[in-house]
Design a protein around this ligand. Structure first.
Ligand code: FO1
Length: 322
């Protein structure tokens, strides 16, 4: 079936879930029409190297280089260097792969030479043959910090070292109020025909992006429909602690509460078939909703979910005003 070109599509994205949706969007939207605004609140420095995990995950996935099992890092990578560091007594819970190191070495040395993260990311995107535009949300540092029952943890300490076990009391985004959107971010939101919130953790992937001054407002004012894909399937995310975070913060992990987090900007929500019982509650809140199998285990499922999102966006954009 031939589909009309949706025009420019801009996606707000975290890591693995977003990358799986983007793999599908890249199959149905010409690369020149696709822009991704990526969370950098997860960024951190390990062994002196600047790591941008969400940018890496999206870059590697769109380049066809990602490890399908883990979702992060490079397929077939080895971990000799990080294991060798352990012999010097260094902490090695954050596993930097041997080939992955090249990405972080390049980013770190370019930053030391005064280049911005957005410029570096553009060069890396081109070098890996990716045609999609990948924009960090900001060139200024923003760091997500998790206040837990066991004290204050950086995001990677909380997620990877502590395996998201400590209960979450609050989430802070250091630096976000002073951060400026990276060049191209606001125009990509204003000029989009479709705006998509990827199936990413609402608190640690999407909230930092929306927290960059000007971004949330640009989405609210955008002419394009804003469609989110729920990261929850039957109350649980495919990966990560979104459900536990929602509970810790007093919310039920369901699509209605998820939509509530975006209520000022959301027009439509794609949710999993398992959660179809929430459709009436969403429609009652004036959110157009559609269900499909959102578990994007294969490229074909990614494409199907991407098509469902574009279909819903088209339905929202062409619906008579009520
Ligand atoms: N996630 C893990 O669970 N364990 C790791 O050791 C790990 C290493 C890593 C190295 C580079 C990179 O770009 C990502 C990496 N991730 C790792 C993924 C990352 O921690 C998270 O998936 C994201 O921050 C969440 O969006």
């Amino acid at each position: 079936m031939k589909r009309a070109r949706p025009g420019k599509v801009t996606v707000l994205a975290g890591g693995v879930g977003a990358a799986r949706l983007l793999r599908g969007l890249a199959a149905v939207v010409p690369a020149r029409d696709l822009t991704v605004v990526v969370n950098t609140g997860d960024d951190d420095v390990f062994h002196g190297l600047h790591v941008s995990p969400d940018i890496d995950t999206i870059l590697y996935t769109l380049a066809g280089l990602s490890d399908p099992g883990r979702g992060w890092g490079l397929r077939g990578d080895t971990f000799h260097a990080i294991d060798a560091l352990a012999r010097y007594g260094r902490e090695t819970w954050f596993r930097l792969g041997d080939r992955d190191l090249a990405t972080h070495l390049y980013r770190t040395t370019e930053r030391a030479a005064g280049r911005r993260l957005s410029t570096i990311t553009e060069a890396q995107t081109r070098a890996l043959g990716v045609g999609v535009r990948i924009l960090p949300m900001s060139d200024d540092p923003v760091r997500t910090v998790i206040e837990t029952a066991r004290g204050r943890l950086s995001f990677q300490e909380y997620l990877v070292r502590e395996r998201a076990r400590p209960s979450v009391r609050a989430i802070r985004y250091h630096g976000v109020r002073k951060a400026r959107p990276a060049p191209g971010v606001l125009p990509a939101i204003r000029n989009a025909r479709v705006l998509i919130v990827a199936p990413s953790n609402p608190f640690v992937s999407i909230a930092p992006i929306l927290g960059v001054p000007g971004v949330r407002d640009a989405l609210r004012r955008a002419a394009a429909p804003v469609i989110a894909v729920s990261p929850l399937i039957g109350g649980r995310p495919v990966k990560g602690p979104a459900d536990r975070m929602m509970r810790s913060l007093g919310m039920r992990p369901d699509p209605v509460h998820l939509a509530g987090l975006y209520s000022d900007l959301l027009d439509g929500l794609v949710l999993d078939d398992t959660d179809a019982r929430f459709l009436p509650a969403l429609e009652a809140r004036r959110i157009r909703a559609a269900t499909t199998n959102t578990l994007m285990k294969t490229p074909a499922r990614s494409t199907a979910v991407a098509q469902e999102v574009l279909h819903l966006a088209h339905a929202v954009a062409t619906a008579p005003a009520s």
